[in-house]
Ligand binder design. Sequence first.
Ligand SMILES: Nc1ncnc2c1ncn2[C@@H]1O[C@H](COP(=O)(O)OP(=O)(O)O)[C@@H](O)[C@H]1O
Ligand SMILES: [Mg+2]
Length: 283
Amino acid sequence: MSRIEKALEKAAQLRNTTTTVVEQITNYPENSNYSSQTVSRTLDIKPSSRLLTTIIDPHSPVSEQYRKLKTHLVKLTQKDGFQNILMVTSTVSREGKSITALNLAISLAQEFDHTVLLVDADLRRPSIHQYLEFEPEIGLSDCLLDGIDIGEAIVRTGIGKLSVIPAGKEVPNPLELFSSKKMQDLVKEMKHRYHDRYVIFDTPPLLPFAETRSLGHLVDGIVFVVKEGEASQADIREAIDAVKGCRILGVVLNESSDSVDDNRYGEYSYYMNYAKDKAAASS
Ligand SMILES: Nc1ncnc2c1ncn2[C@@H]1O[C@H](COP(=O)(O)OP(=O)(O)O)[C@@H](O)[C@H]1O
Ligand SMILES: [Mg+2]
């Protein structure tokens, strides 16, 4: 059994565990104190990165894989009430978290009648604004630190009904910020205020940075990205253990050498292989 297969098996075993924090989130009081009069930014973003395949090449096999991922997630998150707060993470950096979060959010926004809100929660290496090619202004850290209303940080992208919240200003200690009560309150507020839409957090990797673990306990479900050949088996195991008790919804096998049609792992994994797409396109 390869190390990726072992990681997937482990993730599958953990998949049915649910955190009790979800209970607390759904009990958020009806009369919260936020203002409904907020001004969000509206842009008309036309990104050019080929990595945003769901926009650039929506009919490619990789785009099809993202749509499959979306369909499974929708099924998994609408069983017992709407579990709308999701997070995308991985073991180490550069495994494709941000690309997965973006393409997943775009697939959802293209199809759904509701807005999808993508939050750049990687305060150490924010990249959502870079992939989407816009200049960020107010962001997540500004809301947390300066009490700015989250509605003011929202950027409407003009890509379907996709809205994003950029990371915001640099902070010296993201771990402290993410484990604060402010962060808990903010996620609860999002859960309550945006109850009819998906909110997807793009996060730092699990192993090097502890803030992602805290966030894992605040969200309803986790999409776990594994880039083939990047993290060791022991590290993948440690990363999955770090979010024990949280609900892992599925594993995305990114930049895999397997065929995109290979269905060995059933609904737990999705193959994102741009190189294969490219080869298929030029043959
Ligand atoms: N499926 C893929 N195919 C080809 N290259 C990819 C793919 N996913 C990620 N990459 C490459 O890896 C880089 C890092 O991806 P990113 O999503 O920013 O990683 P992370 O958020 O995990 O740090 C991308 O800029 C791109 O060059
Ligand atoms: Mg990233």
